[in-house]
Every structure is written in C-alpha cells, then in structure tokens.
Ligand binder design. Sequence first.
Ligand SMILES: *[C@@H]1O[C@H](CO)[C@@H](O)[C@H](O)[C@H]1NC(C)=O
Length: 202
Amino acid sequence: MKPLSTAVATLAVLIAPALASPMATTTNAATATAADIPDGPAATALDPGPASLTIRVTNKAGVDLTTYQSPLQQTGIIRNGAVAVNYYPQKWNGSIAINSHKYFAPIGDESLIEASYDDKDAAFAVVDVDISYVDGFSYPIMCYCAANGAYLSGCDKKLWTLGNKCPSNNGKATCVNPKRKVDLDNVTPDPFFAPCKGLAYT
Ligand SMILES: *[C@@H]1O[C@H](CO)[C@@H](O)[C@H](O)[C@H]1NC(C)=O
C-alpha cells in the first residue's frame, strides 16, 4: 500500500448509531520502506510531518455521547451531530472510549479509538490508528484519513441488531468482550463480535 503523506495528519472518526479485508490497523502515514526513501541525503529530505496529529470525532450516533481520553484521564461530551476536534503532539499514544450520555465513559467496556503519532517505526513521526472492540462494544466507529477520505480502520456494523446475543451485557450500553484477555493473534471472536473481525480488533 502506498504510504500516505505525513503532511496532513488529520483523522476523521465517525461514530455510527448503535442500533442501526485484512486487518485495517492501517498506519496511514506509513512505515517508510527503502523504496520510499529517495536517493541522496534522505535524512534531510524527509518531511518530518506536522507537529501534531488532529483527530476529529463526528457524532452520528443520534444521541449525545460521552468520551474518556487516556492517558489524559479526561472526560467529555460530544453532542448529537457535533464534531470534537483534538490535537495530539508527536510521541503521543492513547485512546478515546465512547459511550452514550446515559452511562458516562469510562465503563471499561467501550468501543475504543486507539492511535499513536510517534517515530518508533520510521525516521519521523507517523500515525497509526485502529478501532478496538477488544474490551467491549458500545457504538460502531469508523476511521478515515481526512485528507483523502481513505478508510483506515473500523467497523460500522450495528452489532446489537445482527441477531447475535451479547455474551455479557453489563447493562450500561456496552457488551463485554469475553476474549479481551486472550492476547493472541487470530483468536476466533465471540459470535457477537465476529461480524467485525478484520475491521476492528475483536
Ligand atoms: C501507549 O503505548 C504503550 C506501549 O505500547 C501502552 O502500554 C499503553 O497502554 C498506551 N497508552 C494508551 C493510553 O493506550
């Protein structure tokens, strides 16, 4: 996959109503490979990317949502139809949990936006993002690159409505994922989570 430019490090995250490929942990700004690095003094030729990563979270859930950011330990509210815009510096990694306005995040079982903007994998900071239902599921989340609309990660399936019973409903608008402690790749997801396998972490 052709790396996207780090010059526009803005992600657009859409949260779909709850009732309504290969693993897309796509590093949108890409691990530079030898082929990507021009001949010559590459170190000085590389664009270091913007100082911060922007994540715009659009609430399309049809209700107000609550959020909880780690590691900031910051709670927030995104009104129905509103967009929350957050800026994160280089070397940041963290997550945003999403729940309904009825049960303030964090319950601990929410759908998560997980992202980082650091230079662990390349000579300059790159963006890595995924949507995780490993702790549990509250709302469907999709993530796109704001610059070109490219799908990055996420699953818009309304898992509550697909006929698979939540294996452990905590009664707080979230379904606990029974596989959360199984730290292996290719774990067979619980049937409730299975429709999102390969799209979000399940
Ligand atoms: C940040 O990354 C570290 C190392 O991978 C991880 O242990 C930690 O949980 C991450 N922080 C958040 C808030 O996700």
